[in-house]
Design a protein around this ligand. Structure first.
Ligand code: ADP
Ligand code: ZN
Length: 643
């Protein structure tokens, strides 16, 4: 469980909970973590995971993004004799990890196709010389001719599989090349294997353990809630303006906007740039070098916002992403969790906003079905079961958007965990914050809408039905004679956005359905008929209006960072971090994350010892970076006007 109370400590005593008596070996291990990573307290499952790891057990660990999984294979790898190999799906992910480890003085390297032969030779030489504790590789490289056997000969003592859900067909991110590593355990039964993932249902966990041929594994599933994320779901109307509203709440901070199509990515990125936001587009249709540049610019804080298809993200470890926006509903709750999970990895408050329309579900569904048909026509292996499971997940995602139940509760329960409700709600979702209100005459309004659909012979889409309900004068209405309908103009006092929003809600609650090949038409489901007859109750929610809508102001650094933080000093330390990162050729967040900077800007350490005691400061960084940071803090202290 993410327990923030336990990790805001800055005290230098290496403490760990639940160990009772003294255990020299364990104490030595904990002190190694403290000296290397500046982490002075373990989170609950980290201790259990590392104990299992050190005891040579196989392990599956599920912790949310930012939960601290990496430490659970990194630290034991340092402590244990021999080499730990880490299987990771993406080169950028490995590179970040290795760069971060090197900053902390850890002997780590990676082998990847992007390296030139000289670099690769250096790594091989270091391997042979026993100079590495951690080696990161892609699955296909690990399986290359005889490589694994060579690692065994060199004293391989552990295998860590990152993003382990990729091995399962039932996960949302299946990668065929992960299947190859399924027989590692059979080839080296004595080497413990450890799997790590942020998003896994019980089924996926069991699948992972089985596919990796684990031997009586320790399975640890952390609480998947991310208390520092605030979730909101809103109907999509003027998308760019809505996106800008979110950005305005986090000026100058990092964010990601996910869109479904490349065209939309390009359009929104352009419009954001016009509005003065430092942003770039990212999708699979761009050349490799363009994508690389965008990714680097984002990591190096040259741009604040990336507008992207889902192709962007897996390798993005920037920890200070303050918002993740979805311009449309994603394909499933797992994807949604993983994508929103990229916000607030540093544990500071961050926001996730999903803009959706009732038609998103149907666009996805027909896209998936088409894909399935095409694959079948081409004779590719594709199973009806997998398609059905995918569509079921899509339906569950739609439920998330249309049910006005605490978002944290919905997400936690989706992953099969229990949600303990707090009085007054979670305090971090639109439902609990009271941003969503039911309208008073829900049933009557729903009946008006449903009967308009029926009067239009269930042959029109939501734009036309809205126009009829609002008494608009359009060519289509005149052509069909719909101005004569009894339902014409019965919602003339409601705005277009409101009526369309209610239609979306009725679609979301499955009282209305959408079908049609060329354009979507609305018709009633059985439950819709019952609502229309007044045999079933329904709740509709007020759609926030453009004017007078409750507008949250800009989030101040204080709100994000905590009360004691000297905001000016924080900004100045961010600047210093950028400078140092540039000098060293690493992304700024690998220097220190925002949480550590916030800690420095609150505690304002004066001496090297005080600096070393800060959370996130290990011995190597204290030596390398301490003087520059202490000087900046001292200068700030002596500036007139500062406290
Ligand atoms: P995950 O891999 O689970 O997404 P990471 O391993 O990247 O998460 O950890 C997220 C952040 O939390 C990192 O900055 C890491 O240094 C920090 N962290 C990990 N464990 C602890 C801890 N026990 N106390 C404080 N910070 C921690
Ligand atoms: Zn809530």
């Amino acid at each position: 469980m993410l327990d923030d109370a336990t990790d805001t400590e800055t005290g230098a005593e290496p403490a760990s909970e639940g160990t009772g008596g003294r255990e020299p070996a364990w104490d030595g291990f904990v002190s190694l973590i403290s000296r290397t990573f500046g982490i002075h307290r373990l989170r609950p499952l980290q201790e259990e995971a590392m104990r299992a790891n050190l005891a040579g057990r196989d392990l599956v660990l599920v912790l949310p993004t930012g939960g601290g999984k990496s430490l659970c294979y990194q630290a034991p790898a340092l402590y244990r004799a021999g080499l730990t190999v880490v299987v990771s799906p993406l080169i950028s992910l490995m590179k970040d990890q290795v760069d971060g480890l090197l900053q902390n003085g850890v002997r780590a390297a990676m082998l990847a196709s992007v390296q030139d032969s000289g670099e690769r030779q250096d790594v091989h030489r270091a391997l042979e010389a026993g100079e590495l504790d951690l080696l990161f590789v892609a699955p296909e490289r690990l399986m290359m001719d005889g490589f694994f056997e060579r690692l065994l000969a060199l004293g391989l003592s552990g295998i860590a599989v990152d993003e382990a859900h990729c091995i399962s067909h039932w996960g949302h991110d299946f990668r065929p090349e992960y299947r190859q590593i399924g027989d590692l355990k059979r080839r080296a039964p004595h080497v413990p294997i450890h799997a790590f993932t942020a998003t896994a249902t019980e089924r996926v966990c069991a699948d992972v353990a089985q596919l990796l041929s684990m031997d009586d594994p320790v399975v640890l599933i952390g609480h998947c809630d991310r208390p520092n994320l605030t979730y909101r779901v809103q109907p999509r109307r003027e998308l760019t303006r809505q996106v800008l509203e979110v950005i305005e709440r986090h000026p100058g901070r990092a964010g990601i906007v996910y869109c479904i199509s490349r065209r939309e990515v390009e359009r929104i990125a352009q419009e954001l740039r016009t509005a003065g936001v430092k942003s770039s587009a990212y999708h699979a249709g761009l050349g490799g070098h363009v994508r690389k540049r965008v990714q680097d610019d984002f990591l190096n804080e040259e741009i604040d916002v990336v507008v992207a298809t889902v192709a962007f993200g897996m390798g993005i470890d920037r920890t200070d992403v303050r918002f993740v926006i979805h311009a449309a509903m994603p394909k499933g709750v797992e994807q949604y969790s993983q994508e929103t999970g990229r916000a607030g990895r540093d544990g500071l408050p961050s926001e996730c906003v999903l803009f959706h329309s009732g038609t998103d579900y149907f666009s996805w569904k027909s896209m998936l079905e088409r894909g399935h048909e095409e694959a079948r026509a081409e004779g590719k292996a594709t199973s009806q079961d997998v398609l059905d499971a995918t569509i079921e997940r899509l339906g569950q995602m739609m439920n998330y958007t249309s049910r006005f139940v605490c978002r944290h509760k919905q997400l936690v329960e989706y992953f099969g965990q229990t949600w303990t409700a707090k009085t007054g709600g979670c305090g971090a979702c639109d439902v609990c914050l009271g941003e969503i209100r039911a309208i008073e005459d829900s049933l009557v309004t729903a009946q008006k809408i449903l009967s308009a659909v029926v009067r239009c012979d269930q042959r029109y889409g939501s734009a036309h039905v809205t126009a009829v309900l609002r008494g608009a004068d359009t060519a289509a209405i005149r052509r069909a004679g719909h101005q004569e309908l009894t339902t014409y103009g019965i919602l003339k006092n409601a705005s277009m956005a409101a009526v369309r929003g209610w239609i979306d809600q009725l679609v979301g609650q499955e009282h209305l359905r959408v079908s049609g090949d060329r354009y979507p038409i609305l018709y009633l489901s059985q439950s819709g008929v019952e609502v229309m007859r007044g045999e079933r109750d329904v709740t509709l929610f007020a759609v926030p209006e453009r004017k007078g809508a409750k507008k949250r102001g800009r989030t101040t650094a204080h709100e994000d960072l905590g009360e004691d933080v000297d905001e000016q000093l924080f900004e100045s330390l961010r600047e210093l971090r950028r400078e140092l990162a540039r000098e060293r050729g690493v992304p700024p967040y690998l220097i220190f994350n925002d949480k550590t900077l916030a800690g420095l800007a609150a505690a304002k350490p004066k001496t090297p010892a005080e600096f070393l005691a800060m959370r996130g400061v290990g011995e190597k960084k204290a030596a390398d970076l301490g003087p520059a940071f202490l000087e900046r803090i001292a200068n700030h202290r002596s500036e007139p006007g500062s406290v």
